[in-house]
Design a protein around this ligand. Structure first.
Ligand code: SAH
Length: 277
């Protein structure tokens, strides 16, 4: 990272119990959310649509955990860093062509603001650009991010961001999948959801992380619940037997069968892993 940014250098944090208090370079209006909780995993989102957050993350288990301060969210409104009276954030693509590109000076100011006071090591605080050109997001990435202290995510719009920004900050590009969205916000929410549910205390006993799809290299076995018979179809007998050993065996077998049939790529990796043990 170079020091030629428009903002001042990060200042040391003063601690007041759980609240992290630090001088900021941006106006009060940018401090949108709840006060900073020391040591609590945090997602900082640079976006033109801060009101799109928490979105679905505000519901159910992730929403409850957000309210309880098990994780935190900070929206950083890109518009506030825009140029001139109209706070312009984009301009036409160099070399011509359709659409608009997010300006590097504007995005640079937002990134400097977001990264101010975060750990310098990217393992502790990844800096990510949501992008269809990125490495595809997966469970391993969610696990890695959940072990960090927080993350900064940049949501693109239009044709995306000026490439120099990605180079200058050494930004990790991550894709939600092989399709093109109109903006990074939905991808950010999907990735934060997958990451936050791995944080201690978010799921509680409500769900098990251990044997769900993608956590052990296999897809999950089928699930059933009451009624015992529905439209002529009974629940597989073994699940009603109360025999834990047999149930575990059946689930493992089904897990393997489904993975073999649906995801030959995962199955091959699973078999290779097994033979290495
Ligand atoms: N012109 C770009 C696409 C821009 S789409 C290209 O062809 O690569 C506008 C924004 O939506 C992007 O900047 C990115 O932040 C977001 N986006 C689109 N598809 C995405 C995907 N599959 N994963 C993550 N973010 C995506």
């Amino acid at each position: 990272m170079s020091d030629e940014s428009d903002s001042t250098a990060p200042k040391p944090m003063k601690s007041h119990g759980r609240l992290a208090v630090r001088p900021t370079v941006a106006p009060r209006e940018l401090m949108t959310n709840t006060p900073d909780l020391m040591g609590v995993w945090k997602a900082k989102i640079i976006t033109l649509f801060p009101e799109a957050f928490p979105g679905v993350l505000g519901e159910s288990l992730t929403g409850k955990a957000l309210q309880e301060g098990t994780w935190q969210l900070e929206q950083i409104h890109l518009r506030e860093f825009g140029e001139g009276k109209h706070r312009n954030v984009d301009d036409t693509p160099a070399g011509g062509g359709a659409g608009m590109v997010l300006r590097p000076d504007v995005m640079g100011r937002a990134i400097d603001f977001a990264m101010n006071g975060t750990p310098p090591n990217r393992e502790d605080w990844p800096l990510v650009y949501l992008s269809p050109r990125g490495k595809r997001f997966d469970q391993a990435t969610a696990k890695r991010w959940s072990k960090a202290r927080g993350i900064t995510m940049i949501c693109g719009r239009f044709e995306g961001v000026d490439d120099r920004v990605l180079f200058h900050y050494g930004i990790e590009e991550v894709s939600l999948g092989d399709f093109v969205l109109t903006g990074g916000e939905i991808a950010a929410q999907a990735m934060i959801d997958a990451t936050v549910r791995l944080l201690p205390g978010v799921l509680g006993n409500a769900e098990s992380i251990e044997d769900e799809s993608h956590s052990n290299g296999l897809l999950e076995h089928p699930q059933f619940t009451k009624p015992a018979e529905w439209r002529g179809m009974p629940i597989p007998e073994v699940l009603m037997s109360g025999h834990h050993g047999k149930i575990a065996e059946w689930r493992q077998k089904m897990s393997e069968k489904i993975t073999r049939e649906r995801r030959p790529d995962m199955w091959a990796a699973y078999e290779a892993e097994k033979s290495n043990k």
